[in-house]
Design a protein around this ligand. Sequence first.
Ligand code: PDD
Length: 281
Amino acid sequence: RIVYVNGAYLPEEEATVSVFDRGFLMADGVYEVTSVLGGKLVDFDGHAARLARSLAELDMVQPISHEALLAAHRELVARNGIEEGLVYLQITRGNPGDRDFAFPDPETTTGTVVMFTQNKPGLADSPAAKVGMKVISIPDLRWRRRDIKTVQLLYPSMGKMAAKAEGADDAWFVEDGKVTEGTSNNAYIVKNGRIITRELSQDILHGITRAAVLRFAAEAQMEVEERSFTIDEAKEADEAFVTSATAFVMPVVEIDGAKIGAGTPGRVAARLREIYLEESL
Ligand code: PDD
């Protein structure tokens, strides 16, 4: 596999980053995941816009232009022959010096830019989407700026492991009694045909897939309500699902062991997944 590091395209074995890089030492970096369907990037502009915002919120200078970023994404997709899969992009604050809690001088530091692809044949036609996911709920112990897509993913990883230990697929985070989001996706329920998902704030990541799905839902005359909901309300819902760049629209059929609706993927989720894939292909 060919990967990208600071302007160079290299075989993955030859790609290196400094041990002093703040991304490595302090999780001082941001990332984006853009899916690839039919060899094409899905919603690249949305991901690039969120990247720019994440960097700005952390006082990081974007070390690569929008055009160069797009060109590199396309180059990697072509070189690695990706038809279905994703492009991962990470930008860290780099670091020319010793470990220090203070940020290095932005004038003399260029961030580290890394990109790689993951080949995922069958991503769109995923069997998991026909079965649906089981989720558990756990407290949301992440920091309070979840709108910034940082590489601080230890707690979400622990959530995923907790889910697996219970025979589930993923975890939904709960804070002040309300669901925030999934470990790596936005969370939704459907009640009486109405789609309910938490409103945008610093509490959740502003999903690019979320924005697209809510737009498609409105175009299809579906009712959408942006507000938070509890786990109990979710358990009583007719359907539940999550969205992300890699899961698209993924039904949730069980929460903390309780079946949602009939315990099978719901019609609204299935319809939204269909529309999303049609629009993205
Ligand atoms: N995760 N919420 C969180 C916490 C996420 O990590 C993600 C994405 C989302 C969905 O955002 P989007 O629709 O823009 O992908 C919501 C990516 C896919 C990941 O970490 O792999």
